[in-house]
Write a protein that binds this ligand. Sequence first.
Ligand code: NDP
Length: 449
Amino acid sequence: MTKTHDSIKAVQEAIHNKDPHQTEFLQAVDEFLSTVEPFLEKNPEYEENHLLSILTEPERILQFRVPWQDDKGNWCVNRGYRIQFNSALGPYKGGLRFHPSVNLSILKFLAFEQIFKNSLTGLPIGGGKGGSDFDPKGKSDAEIMRFCQSFMTELSKYIGPSLDIPAGDIGVGAREIGYLYGMYKRLKQYDAGVLTGKPLDFWGSKGRTEATGYGAVYFVKHLLADKNENLTGKTVAVSGSGNVAIYAIEKLQELGAKVVTCSDSNGYIYDEEGIDLALLKQVKEVDRDRLTAYAQKRPQAEYHKDDTVWDLKATYDLAFPCATQNEIDKEKAQIMVENGTKVVAEGANMPCSLDAAEYFIDKGVAYCPGKAANAGGVAVSALEMSQNSQRLQWEKEDVDSQLNTIMKNIYESTRDAAREYGAENNFMLGANIAGFDKVAKAMTEQGLV
Ligand code: NDP
């Protein structure tokens, strides 16, 4: 064991001892630490300066109460959070998640990953994340609006277009961003650049809704092109049926692939002839309904209640987990490898456990970690910030072409870092090191603040 190995272990142990119950955060840190040894050996000054200990501590954590009234006039209360994790490369940037499972551990893991993801985009943005344990499911529009207004009443004190720029995530789409922005404007001033993922009518970016899903597909397109392959004729399994899943499916179909699955938290659809995207959009985006409604309207599709896509035994070439963290453990990874998948591209954040990811890498599956593969969303959010500063709205084709270029760069820097550190095709290591490199330099140049 090298000295560097021992010092990483010591840092890891200290983090585990400090917050032993933050399992998702510890998982994200463990995954990161499992890959950075060769980089730290090459750059011993970071170890001497205790950079890892500083990097894994958020710059600031904000927690606040969010009181709101339901339609019957009852008072309810939820917890609101914002983690401002690292501003070495720019203002804090990262989404807001509204889901009953939200807690400090989940948001710290998301904000930590966001630091390296944002670094990989090559754009000037630091890492942050926030949200609430509020459950938007089953709430009326008016309830969602009152919750968002109360949430922003507190959050507005801590954000700003050059300080911290939230966006959407699970449970937060254009509707919620609209209500949040309306309240910010009443409390502060008109400044569209304080939130991204806005509706197009008030300075959202064309192509932002599609960006995460499209970006994940572009990442895989460039990976396949490297092997003289393309997406035409490939069979694909996708999980989720939200923003990321829908637009991954759209781009996959456009590039000639057949997508046979999608899911929500109650079950999954297996549609051997290929997902009917128009029907899926109607059910999820227009009717805000469950996938059972898709199955009812498409008799040839199978609906599997209480199971996940990754329990399915069927042949497919590529897998895009696009729902949530820890969808895939090692057991499910084994099924996926038996199913023949050659690529696992994470549309979601940390959908694979660490042992599942290591299993894929070990079996020669191209495992594309979320911090690289799903960076398209935040990249177009940064382009939205640029448009807001210019007081301009770019054409969709311009945004999409920049997204494609950014995803190509992310793929290449991930691939090249893996190569440089002797781990060809290990995109987990490549993404961590390529992302970390810039953050470590900037933190050091700024005096480790
Ligand atoms: P949405 O809220 O639009 O959709 C989430 C989807 O995942 C829904 O189908 C939802 O099903 C399912 N899901 C959520 N939680 C669970 C759970 N605990 N178990 C099973 N299924 C679940 O969110 P997004 O599509 O925006 O986000 C999906 C993933 O992508 C998240 O990991 C997010 O962090 C990540 N991501 C999103 C980006 C973006 O731009 N939106 C950017 C980068 C990453 P149900 O409706 O039943 O809850």
